[in-house]
Design a protein around this ligand. Structure first.
Ligand code: ZN
Ligand code: FE
Length: 257
């Protein structure tokens, strides 16, 4: 399974999964139809699945247009999103399995950004290979999604589920927010040398116009403050040792950043 990253809207990414043997494709969070249809044309591949992480328009905007082009396509989303995802046919819960070509993915329920948000995780096929995590607006490179419908406790639980995956998991988040996220991260954890180095790398990548997604989960654990709220420096700056409160205060600081 090859993952192809497509740009959409101002800062969204759409991920196209391509199975070369069967020449079928799936798409994660299609914000816009055009980049998806162009790429499918180029590959001469058939679209068989749309995997939505949550109902926001910049993640489901092209569902109906893609269904028109590919009437057989199956539209997946969270069970709690019933009625909010255009064309949704399959209603997924924590632990459900999905299939794309010869790959089996797992559904992780990650409420917080919205109350229905899910992530899709494809474990590595063989030992030594990487897994693929499609986490929408829950975990970002260097940050996390805003809490629109969920509580800090829910988001902490959701991020913990993602952080429990192997360190070499590739994190395919839905927005290019990394530079701004790391600018904030440096304000709360200046002495983290991995963070300082990552910031310089990301800054250089962005100056060259390159994407910073995917990142690796292991790198997120070392540099993303929203996975590091138990670190003494972050407890100090938020004046709390309670993990949920520390997280909530960090999220509040980021909202105002
Ligand atoms: Zn969203
Ligand atoms: Fe979004």
């Amino acid at each position: 399974m090859q993952v192809i990253r497509l740009r959409a809207l101002s800062d969204n990414y759409i991920f196209l999964l391509h199975d070369i043997q069967q020449n079928v494709a799936a798409v994660v969070d299609p914000a816009e139809a055009e980049p998806v249809l162009d790429k499918l044309d180029q590959l001469s591949a058939e679209l068989v699945a749309i995997f939505n992480t949550h109902h926001h328009y910049d993640h489901v905007g092209a569902n109906l247009q893609l269904m028109q082009k590919f009437p057989e396509v199956k539209v997946y989303g969270g069970a709690e999103d019933r009625g909010r995802i255009p064309g949704q046919q399959i209603f997924l819960r924590q632990g459900d399995r999905i299939q794309f070509a010869d790959r089996i993915g797992e559904v992780i329920f990650v409420p917080g950004h919205t109350r229905a948000h899910i992530a899709y995780y494809f474990p590595p096929e063989k030992p030594g290979e990487v897994g693929e995590l499609f986490c929408g607006d829950t975990l970002f490179a260097g940050g996390c999604g805003r809490l629109f419908e969920g509580t800090p406790q829910q988001m902490v639980d959701s991020l913990n589920k993602l952080a429990a995956l192997p360190d070499n998991t590739r994190v395919w988040c839905a927005h290019e927010y990394t530079l701004k996220n790391l600018q904030f991260a440096l304000t709360v954890e200046q002495d983290n040398t991995e963070l300082q180095n990552r910031y310089l790398q990301v800054q250089a990548s962005r100056q060259r116009g390159e994407a910073t997604v995917p990142s690796l989960l292991g790198v997120e654990k070392q540099t993303n403050p929203f996975l590091r709220y138990s670190q003494p420096a972050l407890q100090l700056i938020t004046k709390s040792q309670n993990p949920v409160q520390t997280f909530a205060r960090l999220r509040g600081m980021k909202d105002r950043f």
